[in-house]
Design a protein around this ligand. Sequence first.
Ligand code: G3P
Length: 219
Amino acid sequence: MKLFLDTSDIDVLREYIKTGVIDGVTTNPSNLSKAGNQPRKRIEEITTLFKHGDVSVEVTEQDPAAMYKQALEIAALAPNVVVKIPCHADYYPVIHRLAQEGINMNITLVFTVAQALMMCKLGVRYISPFVGRWDEIDVDGIALLHELRAMVDNYGFSTMILAASLRHVRHLNGAINAGADVATLPPEVFVKALAHPLTDRGIERFNADWAKLGIRQFP
Ligand code: G3P
C-alpha cells in the first residue's frame, strides 16, 4: 500500500519525507490556495522533492476544452505529475481523450461504485473516493472502499483506489482493511498514525526498569 501526503506545504513535506514511508503527494485547489501564491513554483518544488513518487495536481479550468489544454500543460510540468480531474459528466470526453494520449490521471470526487467503474473503463491511473465527505452526511465512506475493491478485482481493472478525504486514523485503518491501493493523509492524521499512547507508555516502562540496573554503558 502506498501512502501519500494530502498537502501543498513544502516544509511539512520536507519534514515527513524523512520518515521513509511517504510515496507521493496529492495537492488540490484548496490546499494550494491555503499554502499561498506561486502555485506553479510550489508544484515544481514538490515534484523535485518527490521525484520518485506521483504528485497529483488538479485542473482549475471548468470549460472542457480549456480543461483539456490545461491538463496537458500540467502533465508537462514534470514526469511524475498526475493530472487530477473531477468526476463530472461533462469531463468524461476530456478524460477519455487524455487517457488515449497516455496522460496519467487521478479522478477526484468519486462517490459511487458506478462512477468508479466508468473511470476504470476509461483506464485512469487512480480513482479518489472521498471517504470523509460521505461520513459528513452520515453515510459510511469506508463501505464505499470495500465496494470499489470488489469491483476493481472482479473486473480486473488496473486502476488504483486512492482513499482520499481521510480525516482521522480510524479512516486510515478502514482504508487499509478495505485493501485500498493508496491512502492520502493530511499531515495531522499522518502524525497521529505514526504513534500510539500505549507504545509511549511501554517505552517509559522499559526505560524505568532499565534504570534500576544503574549501569551507564550498554552493551
Ligand atoms: O485531496 C482531496 C481530499 O483528500 C480532500 O479531503 O478533507 O477536504 O474532504 P477533505
